[in-house]
Ligand binder design. Structure first.
Ligand code: OAD
Length: 242
């Protein structure tokens, strides 16, 4: 891949989605399979704001089940490649739609979790946040210090993004020289509009995805292969990182 000399490779912004964790064994959302169903309920029913109101215990059972599955997953070469880029550039931000915490475990620091984190709980009364040990399922603590009920700190269907998350990501995108879209089907908004802010500001857009997406057409380069293969190669080619 040839990057024009005018591109500022010291300012990097990334939008990641479920595909970056696929090689770690985490199922994607739109890849089909049994993983999207819990006790006969489709993913978007059990993971909904309505379900939190109606049956929070059931929601926790489902999330603790997913946390347990995820605890066996490790970051892959793609997560590590992004952590390595961050080490050697001036500005770097990953806006991730993933809740699996694998960017963090790979050593990335400047992460905006657009959809929250499965290993965090939030009090439904006072909003206090609790980091959960990713290896412990069921989750602890089970209630807030104010005795309020805890819920998973993730964005569920029918809910807004955490305050400020989208704005921070959009600003970093508009300030980036290189913008990488990796492992996202780019169909869920407002996350999918973040690359548009980068494009309008003149960034060089690289897509890493085995499949075409609705945003492929605006990318300067699309690499049709899996993230764990492509990102280590890109880091070597563009930033000279082995
Ligand atoms: P999707 O499941 O919609 O898309 C995954 C994308 O990853 C697809 O485009 C695949 O082609 C691609 N892919 C699969 N394996 C890959 C690999 N090894 N390397 C690179 N790409 C690969 O997941 P998201 O785009 O993340 O929201 O979905 C966005 C949001 O939809 C999720 O965050 C979730 C869901 O509604 C919430 O939970 C709020």
């Amino acid at each position: 891949m040839r990057i024009p000399e005018s591109v500022d490779i010291s300012k990097v912004c990334v939008l990641s989605g479920a595909g970056i964790s696929a090689e770690s064994g985490v199922p994607t959302f739109r890849g089909g399979g049994e993983s999207a169903v819990w006790k006969g309920m489709p993913f978007d029913v059990i993971s909904s704001a309505e379900m939190v109101r109606d049956d929070l215990n059931e929601v926790w059972e489902w999330f603790d089940h997913r946390r347990k599955l995820l605890s066996a997953c490790e970051p892959n070469a793609a997560h590590y490649a992004l952590a390595n880029i961050e080490e050697c550039v001036e500005s770097f931000l990953i806006a991730t739609q993933n809740v699996d915490g694998l960017h963090d475990r790979a050593g990335s620091k400047n992460i905006v979790e657009l959809h929250g984190n499965i290993n965090r709980a939030r009090c439904t009364v006072c909003g206090n946040l609790f980091d959960l040990d990713y290896k412990k399922s069921p989750h602890e603590p089970s209630e807030c210090t104010c005795k309020g009920q805890l819920r998973p700190d993730v964005v569920l269907f029918g809910e807004m993004l955490p305050s400020g998350a989208f704005e921070t990501a959009r600003e970093a995108a508009a300030d980036s020289g290189i913008f990488i879209l990796v492992g996202t089907s780019a169909v869920v908004y407002p996350a999918a509009s973040i690359p548009l802010a980068a494009k309008s500001a003149g960034a060089f857009l690289i897509e890493v995805n085995p499949e075409e997406t609705p945003l492929s057409a605006i990318c300067d380069e699309s690499v049709r292969n899996v993230a764990g293969e492509v990102l280590p190669l890109l880091t070597k080619q563009i930033w000279g990182i082995e």
